[in-house]
Design a protein around this ligand. Structure first.
Ligand code: MRU
Length: 361
């Protein structure tokens, strides 16, 4: 693994005592690091996708909560009220990626356990949770990349959607991590990158990452995918996930469902890659997953310029649900779930996703 190319797009800067975020709105043309010091700054960064991707949303949420409460001075009772208010503010920003909510629950559970400690220790523990989730996600990405590469043929043309790399998950990423690892092993002939309308995470971010890794790729418009499959130009589709529920139904960036149907029609394996922190075992099927809708301007405008007629309106789901019957395999840090269903997922995920967050007190 080419270690010097792996970096942290989100990290806590101890010297400046703030959160640093590589601003993904400006990539690929400018590499600008944001210094996040206030709760409203992290809310804005999450809302506008300066930081994004399910695993890193979980990381940003933990650091965001810490930023929201770290300067609080007052009684224990009002501190816990402030903490709950801060959690509530972060919880409403992006509803689909479950990682954000997993983080909020981890913080709530931990603070409940250590409630009798000093407020400084509780605050410190929340910061520690941020560091720990970042580290866990990085470790998961390496395991996912190896597990996924293990099930690929030794010469593949891959199609992927959105951005699932370092920028979205830390480490080497999930779906893109598999592509990195497969390339390192000499398996990858070519990668087709869906541009991923409307915010272009594919053509801006995935292309930027593939270029850093010298992996051959071509960008395609989202609507080209089925045509390429019909022309036998794609051997496997690999995508990430924002939430995988008990029966394997998977929420991911809008357009994933169309890819899965096309792949099934053309008998092409459709692989979902995600850490266990992206599973939501509280929901039986995809029907109940809350889908995020974005501002209409993201579709009606392009590059800051109005494209559609003045009075046009847009319908703007940011995610869709792929039924598990279209998914050939889900790759996690623990291994591979072939033909996922409720029983296989339960067996794979049993034991929970994380152990404990209570640091030495
Ligand atoms: O809206 P985004 O850019 O946060 O959407 C990201 C995706 O849909 C990714 O595929 C998903 O979060 C997995 S990232 C490893």
């Amino acid at each position: 693994m080419d270690d010097e190319k792996i970096f942290r797009p989100v990290y806590w800067d101890f010297e400046q005592d703030c959160l640093k975020i590589l601003d993904q709105r400006k990539l690929p043309h400018k590499e600008i690091w944001l210094e996040i010091k206030t709760l409203s700054q992290i809310e804005h960064a999450i809302d506008t996708l300066a930081v994004r991707g399910a695993p890193l949303l979980g990381v940003a949420a933990a650091y965001g909560i810490y930023i929201g409460i770290r300067n609080f001075r007052g009684s224990s009772k009002s501190f816990y009220k402030k903490l709950e208010d801060t959690i509530a503010r972060i919880a409403v920003i992006r509803p689909t990626a479950v990682n954000l909510f997993v983080t909020l629950r981890r913080i709530q559970e931990t603070t409940r356990i250590i409630k009798s400690s000093t407020l400084d220790k509780v605050k410190n523990n929340i910061l520690e949770i941020g560091h720990r989730i970042l580290h866990e996600e990085e470790e998961c990405s390496f395991a996912i990349s190896r597990n996924g590469a293990d099930i690929l043929d030794t010469s593949v043309r891959v199609l992927t959607h959105c951005n699932t790399g370092t920028l979205a998950a830390g480490g080497v990423g999930t779906a893109l991590g598999i592509i990195y690892e497969a390339h390192r092993r000499g398996y990858v002939e070519e990668v087709f990158v869906d541009e991923t309308r409307p915010l272009l995470q594919g053509s801006r971010l995935t292309a930027w990452e593939l270029e850093r890794w010298n992996i051959p790729y071509k960008i395609i418009t989202d609507s080209s995918a089925a045509f390429l499959m019909a022309k036998e130009m794609v051997d496997v589709v690999i995508v990430g996930a924002d939430r995988i529920v008990r029966n394997g139904d998977t929420a991911n960036k809008i357009g994933t469902y169309s890819l899965a149907i096309s792949a099934s029609k053309h008998r092409i394996p459709f692989i979902v890659a995600a850490p266990s922190s992206t599973f939501d075992l509280s929901l039986l099927d995809g029907e109940k997953i809350k889908i995020e809708y974005r501002a209409q301007d993201e579709v009606l405008n392009f590059g800051g310029k109005r494209i559609a007629p003045k009075n046009a309106r847009a319908y703007t789901p940011a995610f869709d649900i792929t039924p598990s019957k279209y998914i050939s395999a889900i790759v996690t840090e623990r291994g591979v779930i072939e033909k996922p269903d409720i029983h296989r997922i339960a067996a794979h995920i049993s034991g929970g996703a994380y152990a404990t967050d209570v640091a030495e007190l």
